[in-house]
Design a protein around this ligand. Structure first.
Ligand code: GLN
Length: 543
């Protein structure tokens, strides 16, 4: 840690969580970052995750929600999706640090002899590696780096991170390294009272780790009365103006405005001794919120997946619909439909009233037959269809079975012995045995055909999108499928991999091998989601 306080340019804001998990640290961090960005600061956000997996790519969505893939192909925490959606700037591998990655680096270095003669310990070796990674962002010349520490203070797993934070505050000075503590103020309805004790305890936990929080952000269902703010200030040793209320919001996109009202950004700048530059205008943001809250139209879109009872598994898809709906001044009601509960008898009842159907990404056999059945239904009924990754692959399987009459057509992921592998493992995946970080990941170029739905949506022939898969469209079946009416409208210019298929005889039928949902932001709603919502609206208005 060479940087002295004098030549330090980058300032740090850490966000810790107390009392319970799921308080929305990611949204608070992203909202604060948005306000600072609007004031003209160059900001980024990173997440420290205290689990031992090297990345969340090996966890299932029940454990961890969606796995968010960055431009550079890192499999990361879904909070990075919020950071991108709010800030409209891409994140990278450096924005997500896990305990697994930290230990892997330290242990590899130990084997190489980097610490010869020394006992390798949590302090200083693990904490040094945490600090090194946190400060990697500095080299990218950010004014302010926000760092969210995953988990709740008091967790055994978070201790090395809190210790690294304590050290950083000591090294950089608290005016360069703040701690914003997000906590819960529960309401006891029997007593009609908001309770501060859990927050007092969580601040004590932080103090035990040697950290006095600078700002308290208090999640609450009811406005904080002055007495409660006074009490929190007194008992938690935080100045009165730095007790910030975070009322439950109707939408996550309200939170930046709520934080602006509570002056969270001003408090942060004051404590960091940074100029309180021009107040954030948030013009585009407010315009988006205005449209989001006053839609002229409404459409109902089905989302078929096997984790449908767990919306975090499809976080970016839901959010992409929010962005695309707002721009179309259309409320998009997304109905989750479980792919395992779609028998022949259910189809009409479950899909008949939809204005559009999105078949979600996924892995493995579970629920695939329901997906295929639903695609057949919407293809035959002319209901707009949008397939993403596995959704595109199942659309190819369905078309091959129904139109090419290849009854055994399948993806080799689902049926390795199929005689018609219309979707097959990619060549460079054939010898891959390790599971972590080995898929086709990150951003790849794609060339679009003029006249296609995709081209109309993007308005250009050159695009790049993010991927996460091992299987691909099998080019052996390209010719027969094209002859049978399917169109390949997006291809990777280097490898020739098929990235987009469409069925032009259908009003709107598109499948994409990549994940467009990952690139949708408030300021840049994804063109394919925008176009799909338009198609759903057209269907709704005409039916
Ligand atoms: N399981 C499929 C594959 O690996 C699809 C992956 C996905 O939907 N992300 O190719």
């Amino acid at each position: 840690m060479k940087n002295s306080k004098k030549d330090l340019k980058t300032k740090y804001v850490f966000v810790t969580g107390g009392v319970t998990s799921s308080l929305g640290k990611g949204i608070i961090a992203a909202s604060l970052a948005k306000l600072l960005q609007e004031r003209g600061y160059n900001v980024t956000i990173q997440k420290l995750d205290p689990y031992i997996n090297v990345d969340p790519g090996t966890m299932n969505p029940y454990e961890h929600g969606e796995c968010y893939v960055t431009e550079d192909g890192a499999e990361t925490d879904l909070d990075l999706g919020h950071y991108e959606r709010f800030l409209n700037t891409p994140t990278s591998q450096d924005n997500n640090i896990t305990t697994g990655r930290i230990y892997q680096t330290v242990i590899n270095k130990e084997r190489e002899g980097a610490y010869l003669g020394k006992t390798v310990q949590v302090i200083p070796h693990i904490t040094d590696e945490i600090k090194r990674r946190v400060r990697l962002q500095e080299q990218k010349k950010y004014d302010i780096v926000l760092t969210e520490i995953g988990g709740t203070v008091g967790d055994i797993e978070s201790l090395p991170y809190l210790e690294a934070l304590r050290q950083l505050r000591q090294e950089l000075g608290t005016e360069n390294c703040l701690c914003v503590h997000l906590t819960l103020i529960p309401y006891l309805s029997a007593a009609h009272e908001l309770k501060t004790k859990p927050t007092q305890h969580s601040v004590k936990e932080l103090l035990q780790a040697g950290i006095q929080p600078d700002i308290l952000v208090c999640r609450t269902e009811h406005a904080l009365p002055n007495e409660v703010r006074d009490k929190l200030s007194l008992f938690c040793n935080v100045d009165r103006k730095s007790v910030i209320e975070a009322l439950d919001a109707k939408t996550i996109y309200d939170v930046p405005l709520l934080m602006l009202k509570e002056k969270l950004d001003s408090r942060v700048l004051k404590k960091l001794k940074l100029p309180n530059k021009t107040a954030p205008e948030l013009t585009q943001w407010k315009d988006f919120l205005g449209k989001l809250k006053n839609p002229t139209y409404e459409v109902v879109v089905g989302l078929i997946g096997k984790y449908n009872e767990y919306p975090d598994a499809y976080k970016s898809i839901y959010e992409a619909f929010v962005h695309a709906g707002a721009v179309n001044e259309c409320k998009v009601k997304v109905v989750p439909i479980h792919s395992e509960q779609l028998d022949k008898e259910d189809i009409e009842y479950k899909l008949g009233g939809l204005d559009g159907l999105l078949v979600a990404p996924g892995f493995g056999e579970r629920g695939v037959s329901g997906k295929i059945r639903s695609i057949k239904y919407v293809r035959e009924k002319g209901i707009p269809f949008f397939g993403i990754c596995l959704g595109m692959q199942t659309a190819v399987v369905e078309y091959s079975r129904s139109i090419l009459k290849l009854k055994k057509a399948a993806s080799t992921e689902i049926n390795p012995k199929t005689t018609d592998p219309v979707i097959d493992i990619m060549d460079d995946q054939k010898d891959v045995t390790k599971k972590g970080g080995t898929m086709r990941l990150g951003s790849y170029a794609c060339k679009l055909s003029k006249g296609s739905i995709a081209y109309k949506a993007y308005g250009t022939t050159e695009i790049s999108e993010r991927h996460r898969h091992r299987y691909e469209f099998n080019n052996v079946y390209k010719k027969p499928l094209i002859e049978a009416g399917m169109k390949v409208t997006g291809v990777n210019p280097e490898s020739g991999l098929v990235e987009i298929i469409e069925v032009p005889s259908h009003p709107y039928f598109i499948g994409v091998q990549f994940h467009p949902e990952l690139k949708s932001t408030v300021e840049n709603p994804h063109p394919l989601f925008v176009s799909f919502v338009q198609a759903a609206l057209a269907y709704n208005l005409s039916s």
